[in-house]
Design a protein around this ligand. Structure first.
Ligand code: ZN
Length: 558
């Protein structure tokens, strides 16, 4: 691309041009801005260059010589780059008349490039510094085959259509506004309904699996955060304030509350494991620049639990959590996931021996489940290593959800104990874990995975009744009452609008079922049903419809 641009506009100066995830970009300094039409012109020139099959030739050059070479070409940005590279030699690549500073490696020749596309133009400051000149960045992508490229382009377009921020507004699930503050989610009635459904599901699953429900306060004295280590290791993410000269912080994590419940009485080895669960709302001071829809917010709720256990229970408990995660992802319609193991970060508490033990417990559990994972060096929590499980959505994009952390440090800091079989005091081990993770982010993943058309069991409105005229109003209300009593989330669209418009609106709202009723239906005591998935499915008895919904709900049909 850079060769093509230089052939078309010899006065354009080159900045940097790295490969990035899913493609590449190059920065150019040029008086006139590139227009979207220019991308087509550049692509045509690129095709010519590919056809000529120029070999990419690498040579090493003394830095002084390279500086002279690029100075002569007028490439002042390259000169600056070369001067900053440590050592005496740099590598230079050339193809045809085009010469560039590059570490490589490259394909052998331009003819090997099979399928590419230029995607967009953006402004970018040199080195990302605002006082530097603004360059023009052209983004592109390349694939081994045309088919792969087309698949990629389709995926980006599909992702745009599924954007949860757009669908969240269209479906009236949630909003955020600057008047309230960025990164703070306001759930509208349908979004609150969805959130409640997710909460009910996950709360029941926890109770079923031996967790006990607790609820803690949202603000705690700073003394607690000093003891937990958050004050020294996490302070920049916390919101602090004073009450009667005493400093408090809004909780960024739920751990201290659960620790206090554990500590509230003497525990015996026979009581362990103790599993305390909370739908815990936390606030973290994220920089406004990184906030993004429901993915990165300042206030969110976790399905958070802490498991206090004996050393020889750790592995079994971790495995139970992994099973819990897989079952939950399947229930919500996700079939694929990936796993990362994060090790000790530079800023952390606890002894090397404990970190080694904790990492071993996590690795052994993954091995026992024969699960493959990648290692994420230095990305653990400050108090322990962790396993991250990322779900993969319908477009194979990854979303961080579950985390399992193994912690020896906080039990030590809070002096947690249990009485062993010999009557002596011992320290329990603590597992921190979330299954869905942030409910906000999980909802974002759900919305994008299903492109807003949630399966019946999660749909905030499962069914809308559309009376064809005012005369059907009383019958519509009777149908509503029966469906409501049958545990179906149902609404009546009694607006004074044309039938076709009401049907279209229900489709836009992605409501799974529509019931159309008029005098004909009333006279035979039936309803006419349209399903979002199957279209018109004809007339049926109300009782049969309720049965149908019940079955679909129980099977969690997607
Ligand atoms: Zn925790």
């Amino acid at each position: 691309m850079a060769q093509a641009v230089k052939e078309l506009w010899p006065d354009a100066k080159l900045g940097i041009g790295p490969s990035i995830e899913d493609g590449f970009y190059y920065d150019f300094d040029r008086e006139e801005p590139f227009s979207p039409e220019d991308l087509g012109v550049i692509e045509t020139k690129m095709r010519e260059i590919i056809k000529k099959n120029y070999p990419f030739e690498r040579r090493e050059m003394a830095k002084a010589e390279a500086v002279k070479l690029f100075k002569n070409m007028g490439e002042t940005y390259k000169v600056e780059l070369i001067e900053k590279i440590p050592g005496d030699v740099v590598s230079i690549y050339s193809n045809g008349n085009f010469i560039d500073l590059c570490k490589g490696p490259h394909v052998a020749s331009t003819g090997e490039i099979k399928a590419f596309k230029l995607l967009s133009i953006a402004g970018a400051y040199w080195h990302g510094i605002e006082t530097n000149p603004m360059l023009q960045r052209i983004y592109g992508t390349a694939f081994p085959t045309q088919k792969d490229l087309e698949h990629y382009i389709k995926t980006i377009e599909e992702a745009k259509k599924r954007d949860h921020r757009v669908l969240g507004r269209q479906l009236e699930y949630f909003s955020m506004n600057d008047e309230m503050g960025p990164g703070l989610v306001l759930y509208h009635p349908k979004g609150a309904r969805l959130r409640t459904l997710i909460e009910e599901y996950i709360r029941n699953e926890h109770l079923k699996r031996g967790y006990q429900l607790v609820i803690g306060p949202h603000i705690l004295k700073s003394d607690v955060w000093v003891r937990s280590g958050h004050y020294d290791y996490y302070k920049e993410n916390m919101y602090m304030f004073k009450i009667e000269n005493q400093e408090y912080a809004i909780k960024p994590m739920n751990c201290p509350n659960h620790i206090m419940v554990y500590k509230s009485k003497t525990r015996s080895y026979k009581d362990l494991p103790i599993k305390l669960f909370e739908l815990g709302t936390v606030y973290r001071n994220e920089k406004s620049g990184v906030l993004h829809g429901l993915l990165r917010v300042r206030g969110f709720t976790q399905d958070d639990a802490h498991i206090f256990c004996l050393q020889d229970q750790v592995e079994d408990e971790i495995i139970k959590v992994i099973d819990f995660v897989i079952d939950t992802l399947n229930a919500f319609g996700f079939d694929d996931f990936s796993i990362e193991l994060s090790t000790r970060p530079a800023k952390s508490i606890g002894s090397d021996a404990d970190w080694a033990l904790a990492e071993k417990a996590l690795i052994d559990s993954l091995n026992r489940k024969s699960l493959s994972y990648e290692i994420n060096e230095g990305d653990g929590a400050f108090y322990g290593p962790k396993i991250d499980i990322k779900l993969k959505d319908a477009l194979k994009r990854e979303w961080q959800c579950a985390t399992i952390q193994c912690d020896f440090a906080l039990p030590e800091r809070f002096d947690l104990k249990y009485i062993g079989q010999d009557g002596k005091e011992y320290r329990p081990i603590m597992l921190h874990r979330v299954i869905l993770g942030s409910l906000e982010r999980f909802m974002g993943a759900l919305i994008e995975h299903f492109a807003g058309a949630l399966p019946l069991w999660l749909a905030p409105v499962q069914c809308v009744i559309i009376p064809v005229s005012e005369k059907a109003g009383v019958y519509a209300e009777n149908v509503w009452r029966t469906l409501f009593a049958g545990d179906i989330r149902v609404e009546i669209d009694a607006r004074n609008e044309r039938l076709q418009k009401k049907i279209r609106d229900a489709e836009v709202q992605k409501i799974p079922y529509m019931i159309v009723i008029g005098e004909k239906e009333e006279s035979v005591g039936m309803i006419s049903v349209r399903s979002k998935a199957q279209g018109d499915i004809g007339r049926m008895k109300l009782g049969d419809f309720i049965e149908r919904i019940k079955e679909e709900k129980e099977k969690r049909v997607r």
